[in-house]
Design a protein around this ligand. Structure first.
Ligand code: ZN
Length: 493
């Protein structure tokens, strides 16, 4: 049957498994056919000389999040999703917060209504900071039933972190519900101890943020998170792995057959301690947790991407501008310990809001540093940028795929286009990018979201509110292995 809505003709297609030439026929927002010489569409786009990948799925980004203290991520859903689409990302998963001492319902007033302004498709992870019986037995099951099927926990940060006992409760509840768990792995007490000592010694620069949380702190918590997940028999993903020591723990877990996956972000394979220094407090721009590492660590992260230990590359996009948030001592919700103001009004390292903006640059940086520089092939790029995240979070068959039936989310990459990353040309609401001045080779020239041209040559055409919520049903990957110590399943007892 002819009569496609749109045909993308003559491109080189890259999927998670292979690279081949074909036309793509799209009908009703989905891929309807792949082949040579497909019949005409009402609209046609030539992809000659282009590489066509599935749209990116950014399974870790923070948009318009509000802290209990009133602090706000500046990035709105309208601006953040415009940036996502311009960078080749057609869907993302962001976070529903929970404030300690509050129910889930009370912690995110209006959040889902704000998310409905998105131009890209979206879903949520539910952050759990206070796993009371009421929350875990009533609210979380109701969320899972609505298709919010992943929980996020923090093992550090004053207002967010769980004790080991609380973490076990969350793992057990997730197992009972068929939900997936993602973990921020750093040792809370070790970081607090280091911070106090650094402040006492008068060491307050942004670089000391990294000194307060060296790799051993991340490695210990990664090991502990994996061990507790093994004890419960619950699949997990370790978020934002920054160093070889933590990656090695994940590799060991995988080698033992555990259902453990690893994520990293472009900041951990392109930036290092040098980015935490610089005149006029510029190092604050690169403050994120886990912290950037010493020179040489980037190459070790690349090796862990290449050997399959790290499955997913996300942005961990955080909307804190330099002038209004990073540079001013305001007692960030993400700081640790007392907020110390320095004589010039800038915050000590422990009170700088954590996180870097990267929702638009994620894929161009990964494409350029990965594919263009020959570190990874195109199928690996597709797995890292969309297909693996789709598998981990229950979106296989809809996202991260070019197979008939999948949502027609496509990116046409010009593999030869050279660009200099300039914040002025990005679509996010943040006043800087840590990749300012970086030259990249390969650029998304057209982004198609569910069959509609969402971005063409940098112009965002998709309107706020055109994104759809992605409800996620049960899926095999989130299922436990069925192996518990002594054959006694404490989660079900
Ligand atoms: Zn994050």
């Amino acid at each position: 049957m002819d009569g496609f809505d749109l045909v993308v003709r003559g491109g080189t297609l890259a999927t998670a498994a292979e690279v081949f030439e074909a036309d793509i026929g799209i009908r009703d927002g989905r891929i309807a056919a792949l082949g040579h010489g497909l019949g005409r569409g009402r609209e046609e786009i030539s992809a000659k000389g282009m590489i066509v990948t599935p749209g990116g799925l950014d399974s870790h980004c923070h948009l318009e999040e509000m802290g209990q203290d009133g602090s706000l991520h500046e990035e709105s859903f309208a601006s953040g999703s415009a940036a996502a689409l311009a960078g080749g990302t057609t869907a993302f998963i962001c976070f529903l917060p929970q404030w300690k001492g509050h129910s889930l319902a009370a912690s995110a007033p209006g959040y889902e209504a704000r998310a409905a302004r998105s131009r890209a498709d979206y879903s949520f992870h539910q952050i759990i900071t206070d796993p009371t019986p009421e929350v875990m037995q009533k609210e979380v099951p109701a969320l899972v039933a609505r298709g919010i099927r992943s929980l996020k926990v923090f093992l550090t940060y004053d207002p967010l972190r769980l004790t080991d006992a609380e973490f076990l409760e969350v793992l057990a509840a997730a197992k009972r519900l068929g939900a997936f768990v993602t973990v921020h792995c750093e040792n809370f007490d070790a970081i607090g101890w280091r911070i106090q000592a650094l402040l006492k010694a008068g060491l307050t620069d942004p670089l000391q943020h990294a000194w307060s949380r060296p790799p051993v702190v991340e490695r210990e918590a990664t090991h502990r998170a994996i061990a507790l997940a093994e004890l419960v028999d619950q699949p997990i993903q370790v978020f934002h792995v920054s160093c070889e020591e933590a990656a090695a723990e994940i590799a060991r877990a995988k080698g033992r057959g555990l259902k453990v996956w690893g994520e990293t972000c472009p900041q951990y394979f392109t930036l290092d301690h040098d980015d935490l220094t610089g005149a006029d407090f510029a190092g604050a721009k690169a403050v994120c947790s886990p912290a950037l590492r010493e020179k040489g660590e980037n190459a070790r992260i690349w090796r862990r991407i290449q050997d399959g230990t790290l499955d997913v590359v996300t942005s961990d996009h955080c909307g804190f501008s330099f002038a209004t948030q990073k540079r001013v001592a305001g007692g960030s919700a993400y700081g640790t310990g007392a907020a110390v103001q320095r004589p010039d009004g800038t915050p000590a390292f422990n009170a700088i809001p954590n996180g870097v903006p990267g929702i638009e640059t994620r894929l161009p940086v990964l494409f350029s540093e990965g594919v263009s520089k020959g570190r990874i092939d195109l199928p690996t790029f597709v797995r890292l940028s969309s297909a693996n995240a789709a598998a981990l979070f229950g979106l296989t068959g809809r996202k991260g795929s070019l197979a008939p039936g999948a949502d027609a989310d496509l990116v046409l990459w010009d593999p030869d286009a050279e660009r200099v990353i300039r914040n002025a040309a990005l679509h996010h609401a943040i006043d800087y990018t840590p990749w300012e001045g970086m030259v990249v080779k390969g650029w998304p020239s057209v982004t198609i979201r569910r069959g509609e041209v969402a971005v063409r040559d940098g112009e965002v055409l998709a309107q706020p509110g055109s994104g759809r919520f992605l409800a996620r049903g049960p899926y095999a990957l989130a299922r436990p292995r069925g192996v518990v110590p002594d054959g006694f399943d404490a989660a079900l007892a």
